[in-house]
Ligand binder design. Structure first.
Ligand code: DOR
Length: 442
C-alpha cells in the first residue's frame, strides 16, 4: 500500500486549473500526490470534507519591526499572528530600527528567524542613498525577496526621492524592484498647508491622488528608460491603475486589503487608527481597485501590516503614526469578500499564492501541485466569526477591523507538511524558515 506522511482527504482543493474535490498526499514536506488516495495510508490524516484546501497563503507586505520596539511588534509575535490568521509565509519589510540595508544585517535577520518564526519569511533589503552601488549584489543574497525603495517618505528613514538616484537604483541589479510610490516633492511642498490637530481625513488631502499618480508616472518613465522590472506596492488610486495598464510588460501591481475594504468614512470612525500611507481614499478609488482585481490588473493583495503603539496612533494628526495592523486579519477579510461575491476563491489564491510567487520568483510556493512545498491554508467558508481586538497577537494590541463580522475563516494551516495551526491554536514550536527565491543565491 502506498504510504504518505500526511493525507488531506476530500477537501475542495483550489488547484491552478480549477477547484476539484480530491485528496492530497504529502511526503517529506512536499506535495507528493493529488487524486483519489482511498487505498493509500498515512501517519496523519485530516478530514477536509466540507472545507476548501488552498495553497498556503502568502502576505508579501508586512512590517514585523524587528529590530525595533518589542512592546509594539516583533518577528515572533507578528508571525504567530500570521499563522493564527491563516498565512504560511510573509515577506518582511526593511524599515526597521536600524533598517536592513547591508549584508551584515541581512545575515543577522536570516539567522534570527531560526526558532522564532512561526511561518516562512522572505526578506526585503532596503535601498538608501548610501547603498545604491551595492544593491546589485544585495538583491542576490539568499532569501531576499526584493529591493524595497521608498520613493516617498513614510515610517523610518529610508528614502530615495530624486530621478537621478532612482535611475541609479534601477541600473544597479536586475531583479524586480518594489516601490513605495508617492511623490516626495509634492508631499513636502504641501505639508505647510496643514497644521497639528486638523481632522484626520486631511491625510488623504495632503497625500492626495496627484501625489500618488505623479510618483507612479515618474517611476514608470524611469522603468521604461532603464528596462528594469518594477512592482508598485499599495496602488491606491484609479488614476495609477489606469496608467499602469500601459506598463504591464514591465510592471506588476499590488493593492492592499485596506484599500479594498475601507473608504474615507473610516477617518471619522477610527481617527488616527485609519491613518496609513498611501491613505485610505473615497469610494471611487475602492471601486477602481475592485475593477482592477476583476480585470487582472492586480497581481498581489497584501496587508501592509504596520504596527504602531496606541500612544503613537492617538497623537493629533499629522503627528500620529501612519500604518495599520493587518497580518492576522487579511485572510478572514478576503474570505469575507469572497463570500460577498467580490472575487472567487481561485482569484484569491491567484492574488495571495501564485501572484506573490510569480512577482518575487519564490520557489516551491504558491501552487497546489506535486513537488511544491506542502503549505496549505484550510478554510471553512460557512464559518461566521467576528474579528475581536482581544484576538490580536501583536503586542500593540489593536486592529482597525474590530467588530467586523466575517463569513469564511481559516481553520487550519499546514507548514511544509506539519499542522501548525488548528482552530485558533498554534501547534508545536516555531518552524518557519527563510523563503527561497530563484534569482537569489541559496
Ligand atoms: O502606513 C504605512 N506604514 N505605510 C508605509 O509605507 C510604512 C508603514 C510603516 O512602516 O509604518
Amino acid at each position: 500500500m502506498t504510504s504518505y506522511d500526511l493525507i488531506l482527504r476530500g477537501g475542495a482543493c483550489v488547484l491552478p486549473w480549477g477547484v476539484e474535490t480530491t485528496d492530497v498526499g504529502v511526503r517529506e514536506g512536499r506535495i507528493a500526490a493529488l487524486g483519489d488516495l482511498r487505498t493509500a495510508h498515512a501517519a496523519n490524516e485530516v478530514d477536509c470534507r466540507g472545507l476548501h484546501v488552498l495553497p498556503g497563503l502568502i502576505d508579501a507586505h508586512v512590517h514585523l519591526r524587528d529590530p525595533g520596539d518589542p512592546a509594539v511588534e516583533d518577528l515572533s509575535h507578528g508571525t504567530r499572528g500570521a499563522l493564527l490568521g491563516g498565512l504560511t509565509a510573509v515577506f518582511d519589510m526593511p524599515n526597521t530600527a536600524p533598517s536592513i540595508t547591508d549584508r551584515e544585517r541581512l545575515d543577522w535577520k536570516r539567522g534570527y528567524l531560526d526558532g522564532r518564526a512561526w511561518v516562512d519569511v522572505g526578506i526585503y533589503v532596503g535601498a538608501s542613498m548610501r547603498n545604491i552601488g551595492e544593491l546589485a549584489s544585495l538583491e542576490l543574497q539568499p532569501n531576499v525577496c526584493a529591493v524595497k525603495v521608498f520613493a516617498g517618505s513614510s515610517t523610518g528613514d529610508l528614502l530615495v526621492a530624486d530621478d537621478a538616484s532612482l535611475e541609479a537604483v534601477m541600473r544597479s541589479g536586475r531583479r524586480r524592484i518594489c516601490y513605495h510610490s508617492e511623490d516626495e516633492y509634492r508631499l513636502q511642498e504641501r505639508k505647510p498647508q496643514f497644521t497639528s490637530g486638523m481632522p484626520h481625513r486631511n491625510h488623504m488631502v495632503w497625500r492626495d491622488v496627484e501625489c500618488a499618480f505623479l510618483g507612479t508616472r515618474r517611476l514608470m518613465a524611469l522603468a521604461r528608460r532603464t528596462g528594469r522590472p518594477a512592482h508598485i506596492l499599495h496602488v491606491s488610486t484609479a488614476e495609477e491603475l489606469d496608467h499602469l495598464r500601459d506598463f504591464r510588460d514591465l510592471c506588476t501591481v499590488e493593492v492592499l486589503l485596506n484599500h479594498l475594504t475601507q473608504t474615507d468614512e473610516a477617518y471619522d470612525r477610527l481617527g488616527g487608527y485609519a491613518v496609513m500611507n498611501p491613505p485610505i481614499r473615497d469610494e471611487r478609488h475602492m471601486r477602481a481597485a475592485w475593477a482592477a482585481v476583476a480585470d487582472g490588473t492586480v497581481d498581489v493583495v497584501g496587508s501592509d501590516h504596520a504596527p504602531h503603539s496606541r500612544a503613537a496612533k492617538e497623537r493629533p494628526w499629522p503627528d500620529c503614526a501612519a500604518g495599520l495592523t493587518g497580518v492576522q486579519t487579511i485572510v478572514p477579510l478576503m474570505l469575507d469578500h469572497v463570500s460577498a461575491g467580490r472575487l472567487s476563491l481561485s482569484r484569491l489564491v491567484d492574488l495571495m499564492c501564485a501572484g506573490p510567487a510569480r512577482v518575487y520568483g519564490a520557489t516551491g510556493k504558491g501552487r497546489l501541485a506535486a513537488g511544491y512545498d506542502a503549505d496549505f491554508t484550510i478554510v471553512d467558508m460557512k464559518k461566521q466569526r467576528t474579528i475581536e481586538e482581544s484576538w490580536i497577537v501583536s503586542p500593540c494590541g489593536w486592529t482597525p477591523f474590530a467588530g467586523h463580522a466575517c463569513t469564511g475563516w481559516p481553520v487550519m494551516a499546514i507548514l511544509r507538511g506539519e499542522v501548525a495551526m488548528r482552530e485558533d491554536e498554534v501547534i508545536g514550536a516555531p518552524r518557519g524558515q527563510a523563503v527561497r527565491f530563484a534569482e537569489a543565491r541559496g
